[in-house]
Write a protein that binds this ligand. Structure first.
Ligand SMILES: Cc1cc2nc3c(=O)[nH]c(=O)nc-3n(C[C@H](O)[C@H](O)[C@H](O)COP(=O)(O)O)c2cc1C
Length: 163
C-alpha cells in the first residue's frame, strides 16, 4: 500500500482478533514513532509496549474509553518527558504509529492519556518516573471490524488564501 492510501484508509479499530502481532512488527511501529517530528528535536518520548494480558486488563479498567485494550494483543503507551512541546511531540509520534500499524495491515486506536485524571494510575502501573507525562495509549491488533465514521469533506475544511 502506498503512503497516501495508508493515510486515507486508516480508521480507529476497537474490535480485534486474537491473532498475536509479531515482535518485529511492534518494533517497526515504534521505530516509526521515534522518527516523528519533534520540536527542537528533543525527542522526549518513551514507548512502553504492553503485551501482558493481565497488565492490558488493568489499563483497560483504568481508561474510561479504552475497554478494548483488554482485547487488543498490544498496547503501546506513549510517555514524554514534561516540557513545552511534550504534547505536540507525543501526538506526532502517536499518529505516526497509527499510520505504521495501518501499513502493516493492523488496526489501531488512540486512547486518551493527556489531561486524564487517570494518568497517574497508568504511570504508577508501568513504573514511569514522575517527570514524564502520559500522552496516549495505542491499542494495536488485527482488526475484527473496521468502522466508517463520518468525515468532513475536503471542501468543508480547505480554504485558499484566507478563512
Ligand atoms: C487525542 C485523541 C484521543 C482519543 N481518545 C480516544 C479514546 O479514549 N477512546 C476511543 O475509543 N477513541 C479515542 N480516540 C479516537 C477518536 O475517537 C477517533 O480518531 C475519531 O472518532 C475519528 O475516527 P477515525 O480515527 O476512525 O478517523 C482519540 C483520538 C484522539 C486524536
Amino acid at each position: 500500500m502506498d503512503a497516501i492510501e495508508c493515510l486515507k484508509t486508516r480508521r480507529s479499530v476497537r474490535e480485534y482478533l486474537d491473532t498475536p502481532v509479531p515482535k518485529e512488527i511492534i518494533e517497526d511501529i515504534v521505530d516509526c514513532g521515534r522518527l516523528a517530528a519533534s520540536a527542537i528535536n528533543i525527542q522526549p518520548w518513551v514507548f512502553i509496549a504492553v503485551t501482558d494480558p493481565a497488565v492490558r486488563k488493568k489499563i483497560a479498567d483504568i481508561c474510561d474509553h479504552g475497554k478494548f485494550i483488554e482485547q487488543s494483543p498490544v498496547c503501546i503507551v506513549v510517555f514524554c518527558l514534561d516540557g513545552k512541546y511534550y504534547l505536540e511531540d507525543g501526538s506526532a509520534a502517536t499518529q505516526n504509529m497509527l499510520n505504521a500499524a495501518r501499513a502493516h495491515g493492523l488496526g489501531s486506536c488512540w486512547v486518551a492519556g493527556d489531561k486524564k485524571e487517570y494518568a497517574p494510575k497508568i504511570a504508577e502501573l508501568l513504573g514511569v518516573p514522575s517527570d514524564y507525562k502520559l500522552v496516549s495509549h495505542i491499542a494495536v491488533g488485527y482488526p475484527a471490524q473496521v468502522p466508517s465514521p463520518a468525515k468532513k469533506t475536503l471542501s468543508e475544511v480547505l480554504r485558499w488564501e484566507h478563512f
